[in-house]
Design a protein around this ligand. Structure first.
Ligand code: FES
Length: 131
């Protein structure tokens, strides 16, 4: 059976190291904010929730990368995350991770992979956020 999925955006909207695209994901008590970015030529998506304090990373919508374009950064206290893994490498939540979502890019579009119950498929567990 083919996996369920939902269109996030056209591939052309995700520019390497550029602004991220914000969207909501289903499958929690209420839709959760999330974002997609492109890094290393690959589309990545995460819940828009810092691993330090559960707030959105981007004070200016879509600005997820630091000035170098090498790391995702939280605007609140400056946690730096690897764009490909979501792991925090610098800041108050070093060693913890963003919640990574499973996406698929094909035919010029980026799709969010869903579980059979319609919830977002997670590539990483929420337990880091439950400590
Ligand atoms: S809330 Fe993100 S680094 Fe503190």
């Amino acid at each position: 059976m083919a996996a369920r999925q939902r269109l996030i955006c056209a591939s052309s909207l995700l520019v390497e190291g550029g602004d991220g695209l914000r969207f909501d994901v289903p499958g929690f008590e209420r839709p959760q904010p999330a974002f997609a970015v492109r890094h290393g030529g690959v589309a990545h998506a995460y819940l828009n929730r810092c691993a330090h304090v559960p707030v959105e990373l981007d004070w200016i919508h879509g600005k997820f990368f630091d000035l170098t374009g090498a790391y995702l950064i939280c605007a609140v206290h400056g946690a730096h995350y690897e764009p490909h893994s979501g792991r925090c490498t610098m800041g108050p939540c070093k060693g913890r991770s963003l919640v990574k979502l499973v996406v698929d890019e094909r035919d010029g579009a980026v799709y969010l992979q869903l579980e059979h119950d319609g919830s977002a498929r997670l590539a990483s567990a929420l337990r880091q956020h439950q400590k």
